[in-house]
Design a protein around this ligand. Structure first.
Ligand code: ATP
Ligand code: MG
Length: 404
């Protein structure tokens, strides 16, 4: 059996030795059949959470009440979930009750799409009660059971359908599309954090063009934070090859750049994004604005830092329809490495040194002077050498010192 499944076989075998059933399940089985890169390995079993915890020396309880325990085996985490059936979804997002059961078929039946509802035993045999394999071959997304009912149970599944259509380059079955259109409003019940995860995956998938079209066609986009009247911007996103984006920072910089008139921080807060991303998007948008008038200068590149500079440059190139993005980014990286100094930490003098030489009362002039020195160094007009900088300061004192 292929890695990473082979590495997880001992976990399945241990469960079986103890008299339980255990199978690989969900996304990893789907991705194996599609020859895609395998992500997390999930295991479904008839063992109950406390039994799983007793059996394995290293476990993490990540939701025992829902049946999920992480088993660490050879340093790798495996999500092991007890067979369960869910009943009564009053709030369109989570079951009122989780029943642990003894039947694989019932566990597969509660899963969202047929392509995600297959299991595989430790011999590589596929268990496929809902024609998942056929739908993989047909490149189509169908729900297990009636789509309207399944979206009523958990409205997030609608966004998941769209994001899988993007990631796998699959079509939505007509009845799934119709049910999403009819039930889109239920997305109001879904937490922003869960929407954010799906929206990011949707945009960064291979067929974001199709999935964005579906967002608009089904009306689901109106239930995404601050997107209600943003058809024009969605059309703009549709035209870009978003799969070249390699981080959330890049993605949200691009989105806020395209939205233009939004207040970036409050927009990103409405998506409940981490501060790190909010800060990066704010900084990157300022750089993009500066770059509208001029190309990169050594000092702008230095001030931006390599990480932000590459994020911003990628977005500029994407927006201009460039097709040799990686060459251009390599050029910018080289330009950065050629800078005589990469950050202020490397500057060999401090404000205190300046005050010693100029002996005037401290004030904003010190920071200004430091920045002037920094610019001269970055520009290659002054060496980052203590003696040379001090000499430059003595000259400066003679020429301008009396004005301070
Ligand atoms: P990915 O490659 O993105 O991880 P995945 O299919 O593994 O895709 P997960 O969110 O990791 O998706 O979920 C694992 C499995 O759990 C799914 O394949 C599906 O069988 C089931 N599942 C997840 N979320 C839902 C849901 N909202 N409703 C029903 N089943 C779900
Ligand atoms: Mg997964």
């Amino acid at each position: 059996m292929k890695t990473p499944f082979s590495e997880a076989i001992p976990v399945i075998e241990k469960l079986k030795e103890n008299g339980y059933e255990a199978y690989f399940v969900g996304g990893s089985v789907r991705d194996l059949l599609l020859n895609r890169e395998i992500g997390d390995i999930d295991i479904t079993t008839s063992a109950k959470p406390d039994e799983i915890q007793e059996m394995f020396p290293k476990t993490v309880d990540v939701g025992a009440e829902h049946g999920t325990i992480i088993v660490l085996h050879n340093g790798k985490p495996y999500e092991v979930t007890t067979y369960r059936a869910e009943s009564g979804y009053d709030d369109f997002r989570r079951p009122n009750k989780v029943n642990f059961i003894n039947c694989l078929r019932e566990d597969l039946k509660r899963r969202d799409f047929t392509i995600n509802a297959m299991a595989m035993d430790s011999n590589g045999e596929i268990i496929d009660y809902f024609d998942g394999k056929q739908h993989l071959e047909e490149n189509i997304i169908r729900t297990v059971g009636d789509p309207g009912e399944r979206f009523n149970e958990d409205a997030l599944r609608m966004l998941r359908a769209l994001r899988f259509s993007s990631q796998l380059q699959f079509r939505l079955a007509e009845e799934v599309k119709e049910a999403i259109t009819d039930h889109a409003k239920l997305l109001d019940n879904i937490s922003i954090e869960r929407k954010t995860v799906e929206f990011e995956k949707l945009l960064r998938g291979k067929n974001s063009k199709y999935a964005i079209a579906l967002l608009m066609e089904t009306g689901t986009y109106t239930y995404l934070p601050c997107f209600a009247s943003k058809e024009k911007e969605l059309h703009c996103l549709q035209k870009l090859d978003l799969s070249v984006l390699s981080s959330s920072e890049e993605l949200w910089t691009l989105i806020t750049y395209i939205l233009r008139n939004v207040e970036i921080e409050s927009f990103l807060r409405s998506w409940k994004l981490p501060t790190k991303i909010i800060k990066a998007a704010g900084k990157n948008n300022k750089l993009l604005e500066q770059l509208q008038a001029n190309d990169w200068t050594k000092f702008l590149l230095y001030s931006a830092g390599l990480k932000s500079a590459l994020e911003v440059e990628k977005i500029r190139l994407m927006m201009n329809g460039h097709n040799s993005i990686s060459n251009k980014l390599a050029e910018l990286t080289e330009m950065f490495h050629r800078l005589p100094m990469k950050s202020r930490d490397e500057l060999v003098i401090t404000g205190r040194d300046i005050l010693e030489i100029i002996s005037k009362q401290a004030g904003p002039w010190v920071a200004e002077l430091l920045q002037e020195i920094e610019m001269l160094i970055v520009d290659g007009r002054l060496k980052n050498d203590e003696r040379e900088i001090k000499e430059w300061l003595y000259n400066w004192k003679q020429e301008f010192g009396q004005n301070y």
